[in-house]
Design a protein around this ligand. Sequence first.
Ligand SMILES: NC(=O)c1ccc[n+]([C@@H]2O[C@H](COP(=O)([O-])OP(=O)(O)OC[C@H]3O[C@@H](n4cnc5c(N)ncnc54)[C@H](O)[C@@H]3O)[C@@H](O)[C@H]2O)c1
Length: 427
Amino acid sequence: MQIQRVAVLGLGYVGLPLVRACVANGHEVIGFDVSQRVTDNLALGISHVDDVSDSEVKDWLAQGFLPTADASMLSQIDVFVICVPTPLSSDGTPDLSAVESAARLITGQIHSGRRPLVVLESTTYPGTTEEIVKPILESGGLLAAQDFSLAFSPERIDPGNATWTFENTPKLVGGYTSQCADRAEEFYSSLTTKVVRTKGLKEAEMAKLLENTYRHVNIALVNELAKVSHLLGIDFWDVIAAAETKPHGFQAFRLGPGVGGHCIPIDPNYLGHRVRAELGQSLRFVELAQEINASMPEYVAHRVVELFAKAGSSVSGSKVLLLGITYKPDIADVRESPAYGVARSLRELGAHVSYHDEHIAQWDVDGEAVARVAALAQSREFDCTVLLQSHMRYLECLDEISSPLMLDTQGRVARIGGAHVPAWSTL
Ligand SMILES: NC(=O)c1ccc[n+]([C@@H]2O[C@H](COP(=O)([O-])OP(=O)(O)OC[C@H]3O[C@@H](n4cnc5c(N)ncnc54)[C@H](O)[C@@H]3O)[C@@H](O)[C@H]2O)c1
């Protein structure tokens, strides 16, 4: 493929790995972000995303990468890729304002002579590309498929996962027409090892929601089974370890303190909203999974109360240390992290809550700062330690963690090599 002039709109966890792939494959890349702070830092070679190092950004800059918050720089572009956030509004419905504003910005920059490709990568409900993005792009008088190509290609990046990256994870592509899909397939084939075409735009949009809803529902399933197993006196971690020896027809999901991040707690709601708006019915699996997963932080606090009661003491007035407050291991992202709910519930029960997390320098919950503990060995000063996230550091320095009560919500330190470590309780 010829070198393309690519504009990546939205330079976050999704946009920057795409920039990396484009630069590595010889394309000219302009990165546009509405945040001047983000683009200024990138221009100085400073990354704000875990999986992208400062030295990589410096390399990209040396190869011509241009980060900017100035929309007028987006001229003469062959491929526009939209990687902006798709959060929920305060009433829980999809907030597509960033997608709409990125599409409006592109509208002013596409010219029929160049016939650019426009791709939406942000996760959203089926119908968005055709019903929301296409009319905005066509509002300037040009037509999709005739004057520009239009496609949806969901991003499947898994921050912190060194095995499956942008480059080796198959890339789904759905086109507005099959010619649009051809164009998108050609572009992504220059970046990744495998491109898979869907029948159309909606199938690609829905595939992403199927992937995330599948995780959400299965995590809720194990969370609920873990709660009842505890009441029945069954070690559910042992149950999972046993079940996953079946080589077919079963995939192991693990319980935990709840779901977090930008995707799992949010994306299924996009699907639920669409089904309600279009069909007037609820998506019961999604709502149930939401309810169960959202109950987990409070359940963790309840299990802490139980530990204190067993030891003949009370959580009220106690000192509790939370280990790992990010929503995934070994990344610095606390968005939607269940740690917020755990800290909130423990405070309501009268505990004095502190945290340890080398990835997060300061943290507040509901506007109130949570005290940070710098050294793991300080866990000795606490009545109870609750491991919320199994950062590699904790697995490597287990012997530094010590307090009278210890709860492992991840089943990683309390079961080493399948054997229970007596000092720890599991969720
Ligand atoms: N983070 C993930 O693991 C992941 C994985 C797959 C898909 N996604 C989806 O990808 C999309 C982006 O997610 P992310 O995690 O990269 O978000 P992010 O918050 O890390 O980055 C988004 C960037 O877009 C910028 N932005 C906001 N509005 C903009 C606009 N109108 N024009 C240009 N830039 C704008 C923000 O300033 C921010 O820097 C979302 O739809 C998300 O659901 C995320």
